[in-house]
Design a protein. Structure first.
Length: 583
């Protein structure tokens, strides 16, 4: 008899039998005894199993073995020893080993994170196409045992970041499964790393990233330098890629404090004056000035040689910056053409210096239109940033003119750009200011569309401070990037049931109503001026959330919902402010 996933909360041992996890989300009830073909890993705190790992395994495969050990102990109260020889005991083999040589993992992309997990007799084999693949295979195996990692393990969540089942008897059916990532690049962006990131939150966020099969951590150069030791330690254990740079790159490698006084001609010209800022916005340095370019490039090369751990460097101009109005700069064309030439010149110099770090840049703001000049190398990365997307509709929607224009720009980039295109998504947008915008089904649909268009990856912010407001988006985004068969509606129902139990329907109603208020009445890119009806909708959302708190039967569910109870009041105050602005 297949049981609903809600039974994960109801105990796993009865006086008539034992609950057994099959390969998938189902849980099966086996009366009196375990069927002969099931593999019993642990029973009542006792196990003959060991975790087998090669002595020559790399850092992340050793970490994978230790994660498997830690979570099986949490599930069963049994600590399986990690060994290099089994001496006849049944085993779970992790990573490259003579026992896993029978597994051939065919990746979707060269060197990607595909993996295979299978039983062979009484043994279990976990092997990835690469080092991260093995770690992700371990997490996939643990998920099938009932584990959920909702959020980073950060202090403010007080242990409410995961669900780990407690199973007196752990047994599985024989199985074999291979998983391959839908998207090659699955990025999480820490932005400047200076809002709610701290030494106490970095480890939890990076750990959560790996559990969700992300493979790139992106952070500004200043955020990286400030937190380098802790970031490097956490990233190295998991074999993740580092993406460093962002909007303060130009100011770092052509510092106005260092160069402006002696070389004002190196900096941008606005209204006839050489300036660093104009009208409250930064100004891009004069990229037509050869000495300025040479100095910038030389300083960057020194930095990249000193930091070979950086896989990808983000070559971005300052955010919403003006471009120089000097005649020399204007002769290079509009900002999109100047940005293209700038990236190409820097990339060529980096390659000539023998540096392997890849260069990424943005299609964003004044230069989201593809340039005429497409003389980029095939190893270049373009992050397409539709910053003003109307999230009431998917990007491909013809209903909204802004979205439609972005979608056409994206298609043109993909058609003409010789490198790879990554989507810089805003499903956890800072300017939403923690307003509830929960769109897991739209996320699942959009990522499939981006993949079909030819994008090779996507990323979104992972700020810990407003996690609970956007948790469903974070999880759905990760699942959709990885799983080509991701069923967002089915997954969302399962998530709500596991996270909120009996309150799941009320929480779903709250999220639907609150999202409508946020998108249609409060967020500038999608809001209407006719907001009167949304006060009633906010009231209905509050009623649904209060009902969710009342019906939640588990302390962990109540804890989460209690932390959302401020949101309806926030919505109503925001509506009042918006109404005053309209008047």
């Amino acid at each position: 008899m297949e049981l609903n996933v809600l039974n994960r909360f109801k105990g796993f041992l009865s006086n008539k039998g034992v609950l057994i996890f099959g390969w998938g989300l189902g849980i099966f009830f086996i009366p009196f005894s375990i069927k002969a073909n099931f593999i019993t890993i642990s029973s009542n705190g006792v196990s003959e199993y060991v975790i087998l790992a090669d002595a020559e395994n790399n850092v992340s495969e050793n970490f994978a073995a230790s994660e498997l050990q830690a979570y099986i102990e949490k599930i069963t109260s049994t600590r399986l020893p990690i060994v290099h020889e089994t001496f006849g005991r049944p085993f779970i083999c992790v990573g490259n080993h003579k026992e896993t040589e029978c597994i051939s993992v065919l990746p979707r992309y060269p060197g990607d994170d595909s993996f295979c997990v299978k039983t062979l007799g009484e043994n279990i084999l976990i092997r990835g196409a690469g080092q991260r693949g093995t770690l992700y295979g371990v997490y996939a195996f643990l998920e099938r045992l009932g584990c959920w990692w909702f959020a980073p393990d950060i202090p403010v969540l007080k242990g409410h970041h995961e669900y780990i089942p407690s199973l007196p008897v752990l047994a599985i059916e024989p199985f074999e499964t291979t998983e391959r990532p839908l998207m090659k690049y699955r990025k999480r962006d820490a932005d400047g790393g200076n809002r709610t990131f701290s030494p106490s939150t970095w480890p939890g966020v990076i750990d959560w990233m790996a559990k969700q099969r992300s493979n790139i951590l992106a952070v500004s150069i200043s955020g990286y330098e400030k937190n380098k030791v802790i970031i490097l330690n956490e990233v190295a254990k998991r074999g993740l890629m580092l993406m460093v740079g962002q909007h303060n790159v130009m100011g770092t490698f052509l510092s106005p404090d260092k160069y402006f006084e002696e070389h004002p001609e190196w900096f941008g010209q606005i209204d006839g004056e050489r300036v660093i800022k104009a009208k409250g916005r930064p100004v891009v340095f004069d990229t037509a000035n050869k000495e300025a370019m040479t100095t910038f490039i030389n300083n960057l090369i020194v930095y990249l040689k000193q930091n070979p751990e950086i896989t990808i460097f983000q070559l971005w101009p300052p955010d919403v910056a003006y471009w120089s109005e000097s005649s020399e700069s204007q002769a290079l064309g509009p900002p999109a053409e100047r940005m293209a030439l700038f990236v190409q010149q820097v990339t060529e110099a980096v390659r000539l210096a023998g540096i392997k770090t890849r260069i990424a840049f943005l299609g964003y703001s004044f230069y989201s239109d593809p340039p005429e000049n497409m003389a980029f190398g095939s190893d270049a990365l373009l992050e397409f940033c539709p910053i003003n997307q109307n999230f009431a509709y998917p990007l491909s929607s013809q209903v909204d003119e802004v979205n439609s224009k972005y979608n056409q720009q994206l298609k043109e980039w993909i058609a003409r750009f010789p490198g790879e295109v990554i989507h810089y998504s805003y499903y956890a947008k800072y300017s939403w200011r923690s307003l509830p915008v929960i769109l897991p089904v739209q996320i699942g649909s959009e990522i499939k569309e981006w993949f079909q268009l030819g994008e090779k990856g996507a990323g979104m912010y992972c700020e810990p401070g407003n996690w609970l407001a956007l948790e469903a988006n974070h999880l759905a985004f990760s699942k959709a990037l990885w799983d080509s068969g991701f069923d967002a509606e089915k997954w969302y129902s399962q998530y709500l049931q596991v996270r909120f139990g009996k309150a799941s329907n009320s929480v779903k109603t709250y999220y639907e109503l609150a999202t409508r208020v946020s998108l249609n009445a409060l967020i500038p890119q999608s809001a209407t001026d006719e907001i009167t009806d949304y006060f009633k909708l906010a009231d209905d959302a509050e009623v649904a959330l209060i009902e969710a708190f009342r019906t939640a039967e588990k302390d962990k569910s109540k804890w989460f919902i209690k932390r959302l109870l401020w949101q309806p009041r926030y919505l109503k105050l925001a509506l009042q402010l918006r109404q005053a602005q309209i008047k």
